[in-house]
Structure formats: C-alpha cells, structure tokens
Design a protein around this ligand. Structure first.
Ligand code: ADP
Ligand code: MG
Length: 257
C-alpha cells in the first residue's frame, strides 16, 4: 500500500527522521509506538506530503509520490487525523462534517455557498447524516462542536477523515487526552473500519494499540528500531530498554503500560 525507502528529514541541524524503510500492506492495521519526540508524527508528515523528505522516497500503490503535494495525496486516498483534534469549534457537528463531505465531492468549488444555504442540497445533507451515524454522532448533528466532549470531537474528526474516502487511514494518537471510557468507544469505532481499510495508528502508550494492530513498529530518535508481530516486538530487548530502562531485560508477557 505505502512504502518508504531510506526516508529522512532534517530541520536545520536536527535530523527528526533518519533512514526509515517502512512498509504497510493492503488491509492490515499497523501500529507505530515510540517515546515523545521519536519522529512518529514527522513520519506521518512524510507519508502525507506535509513535509518533503531530505532523503529517500515514498511509494503509494506502486507510484512514486515523493514529490506529490499533500492535496494530491489526499485525492489518492492518503488521509490522516492529527495528534491534537482538528475540528472547527465555532461550527456545529453537521457543518464540520459538511465541509469534509463537500471537500470530498465535486461540489468543492462552491462549498461556502453550500454552507450559507446548507439545507438546499439534499444529497449532501444525506451524506453528512450518513457519515455522522457511521461514527455514532447522528443524534448530535445540531450541537456546537465547542460543547462536545473530547471523545466526541475525536469521533467527529475520524468521521471527517472517513468522508474523504481514504484508502489508507493514518491516525495520529487517536486516544490522546481521552478518558478510559472514551478510548473504549474509539477502539470500537476503529474496529468497525479495519475490515475495509488499511490503517496506521500512532500511539504513545502501548496497552491500547497492542490489541488493535496486526503489526507493531517502534521508533526511537528518528530510527525505526523494531518491526513485527506486536508480542515479538514488545519482547525485543532494545525496545524494552527504550521503554522500561536497563533493569527490565526479561520479557514474560507484555504488561499494560
Ligand atoms: P513524535 O510524534 O514521535 O512525538 P515528532 O515527529 O513530532 O515526534 O517530532 C520529532 C522531533 O522532530 C522532535 O524533536 C520535534 O521537535 C522535531 N520537529 C518536528 N517537526 C519539526 C519542525 N517542523 N521543525 C523543527 N523540528 C521539528
Ligand atoms: Mg507525535
């Protein structure tokens, strides 16, 4: 689905990602973990075209997309969410979703006109309702986003990403800032997507994604230091040293962290 070869990026003298060969296969749910500052979000930026790599290349479905703009990659189905929830607080749930739905469709040029006379377009309105139900926000269509819980904002953001019709969905720390109950809801939502989509999830904490992913990769100081089946990766001595320090060298069963 997507593959990087020797990809890296330098900001001034600082190398945030270096020499990463990363590959995601069609249909899988892959996880990326690593300490803060490891380069996880930057790797997403390289996959989505928000940053151009200093070194290396990115291929998507066999095509070299290294120099392709972020917009063009969205059009090809590479869609992401952000570490900090990115929705418009001053608009309603419906209006937020409408922006995403209109962006995804041919009505893009006149999206502002659409918003002004929102109820006029029934087909768009139907698609908005459908997209909201898909993420469990059907009842909250008229609510102002500012009044939503953080968990509902996260669901809305994922719903907006879905309405862009992703082939590859990249979720950057979807559980950050959420309560345990909200995390359980978002996990359940992601589970409903796994069958149809290829998904990559970045997570800082390990416990919540281990159950969700087919494969786990670990980043540390810009490098990809491990990649494989979740339980194998969590027993990797280097990974354990990075996460649990020198004392913990014996892997029995990965405990929730
Ligand atoms: P993670 O998501 O793993 O926590 P990031 O990818 O956000 O880490 O950041 C990796 C490192 O790169 C951090 O030290 C961060 O400060 C740095 N970094 C990220 N983006 C930029 C940028 N645009 N300019 C300078 N430094 C950056
Ligand atoms: Mg990050």
């Amino acid at each position: 689905m997507i593959e990087t070869q020797g990809v890296g990026i330098r900001f001034g003298a600082f190398v945030a990602v270096r020499d990463v060969d990363y590959r995601v296969t069609k249909g899988e749910t892959a996880g990326i973990i690593g300490p803060n500052g490891a380069g996880k979000s930057t790797l997403f930026n390289l996959l989505t075209g928000m940053h151009k790599p200093t070194w290396g290349s990115v291929r998507f479905q066999g095509e070299d997309v290294t120099s392709l703009s972020a917009e063009n990659r969205v059009a090809r189905g590479i869609i992401r969410t952000f570490q900090l929830v990115s929705v418009f607080d001053s608009l309603s749930v419906f209006e937020n979703m409408a922006i995403a739905v209109v962006r995804a469709g041919s009505e893009y040029r006149s999206w502002w006109h659409f918003l002004v006379g929102a109820s006029r377009s029934e087909s768009i309105s139907g698609r908005v309702d459908q997209s909201l139900s898909r993420v469990g926000l059907g009842e909250k269509s008229g609510t102002n986003v500012a009044e939503l819980s953080y968990g509902d904002k996260r669901k809305l953001e994922i719903g907006m990403a879905l309405s862009l019709e992703p082939t590859l969905l990249l979720l950057d720390e979807p559980f950050a800032g959420l309560s345990d109950v909200e995390i359980t809801e978002v996990v359940a939502l992601i589970r409903t997507l796994q069958e149809d989509l290829t998904i990559v999830i970045i997570e800082h904490k390990i416990s919540r994604i281990v159950e969700l992913v087919d494969r786990l990769s670990v980043m540390h100081e810009g490098h990809l230091i491990a990649d494989g089946l979740p339980n194998d990766v969590l027993c990797d001595p280097t990974v354990r040293r990075v996460y649990w320090g020198e004392r913990d060298q014996v892997c029995e069963k990965p405990e929730g962290v």
